[in-house]
Design a protein around this ligand. Structure first.
Ligand SMILES: [Zn+2]
Length: 306
């Protein structure tokens, strides 16, 4: 349920942390998660099952990816929602989301969106149509990359192209026409266009049709929260044992116990002895060795007979 809410409503960090604690308390069997109650680190618990976790999605991570979905909707303009229209009109005001700076009067939601936008930046690119929706300087549309990162600030000033110009506006400008016709006077502006034309591929030039935003992580170019989460999460090494212990044929309680054993977190006599809470680490079943995980399940004579 928390994944559902976290995917549609941006949650404050405090709420995400609170949900984390509630889930952890529930898992480790108590209303309050006191010191030492959790047997496995929460970060490990929240890994996918194939990576040795329990497949729980952390609200913090899921929510961060949900914010990326808001950015996608804003740029791709697919939802046509009232929020998208309002952001374009009141916050962006024809400026690029990549160039806008957070201000103190902005809402916390908008500040959070601006904070995570960097995660999105390298995962999207524009397929140029007529160029009317693409920022010449700030969007990634040229195969070479973002032009505001390629050209120095001096070159950008010399070009006389406004900060928030669209591709369409630039290629329809008088300066571009004069450059193509060979009548643009020699100077810094002409030098800029020379460099630009060397940089651009034939597919970079605007033509007809609508501009299309592409999400590089999927084959159909459309953003999905699941794929974004998969791409941005911290990955761990896959474990072979996960498919053996999480089977429908095994009761969940037993699977959980074996999971603890596999993680090396089963609390044996050795654990309590090392903590100073038990006087002896001896195996209570055979009294022949220290009660470690390996002894209890693979070496103990008593357990073997059972
Ligand atoms: Zn034993």
């Amino acid at each position: 349920m928390q994944s559902y809410w976290a995917s549609i409503v941006p949650l404050p960090l405090e709420v995400c942390s609170r949900i984390d604690r509630l889930m952890a308390s529930f898992l480790w069997g108590g209303s309050d998660l006191g010191y030492g109650k959790a047997k496995v680190k929460w970060m490990e618990v929240c890994c996918p099952i194939k990576e040795g976790g329990l497949g729980i999605k952390r609200p913090l991570e899921w929510n961060r990816v949900a914010l990326l979905k808001h950015i996608w909707q804003l740029l791709a303009d697919t939802s046509g929602s009232l929020w998208t229209i309002w952001v374009h009109k009141e916050l962006l005001k024809s400026r690029s989301i990549w160039s806008i700076q957070p201000r103190t009067h902005h809402s916390w939601l908008w500040k959070r969106i601006l904070k995570v936008r960097g995660l999105m930046e390298n995962l999207i690119a524009w397929k140029v149509g007529d160029g009317s929706r693409i920022s010449f300087w700030h969007d990634k549309w040229a195969a070479a990359g973002r032009l505001d990162l390629i050209f120095s600030s001096e070159s950008r000033v010399n070009s006389c192209i406004p900060k928030e110009a669209t591709i369409k506006a630039v290629f329809q400008s008088i300066a571009w026409g004069q450059f193509i016709d060979g009548v643009l006077p020699e100077g810094e502006g002409k030098q800029f266009f020379k460099e630009l034309i060397q940089l651009l591929k034939p597919t970079d030039y605007p033509g007809t049709g609508a501009d299309r935003l592409l999400w590089s992580a999927s084959s159909n170019g459309i953003f999905s929260i699941k794929e974004a989460w998969e791409l941005l999460r911290v990955k761990r090494q896959k474990v072979r044992w996960s498919k053996w212990i999480w089977s429908n044929a095994i009761p969940p309680r037993c699977s959980f116990l074996v999971w603890l054993i596999a993680k090396g977190k089963l609390r044996t006599a050795q654990f309590w002895h090392l903590k100073g809470l038990w006087t002896s680490a001896e195996c209570v079943l055979c009294q022949g060795a220290e009660e470690t995980r390996d002894h209890l399940f693979f070496e103990c004579a008593f357990a073997r007979q059972v």
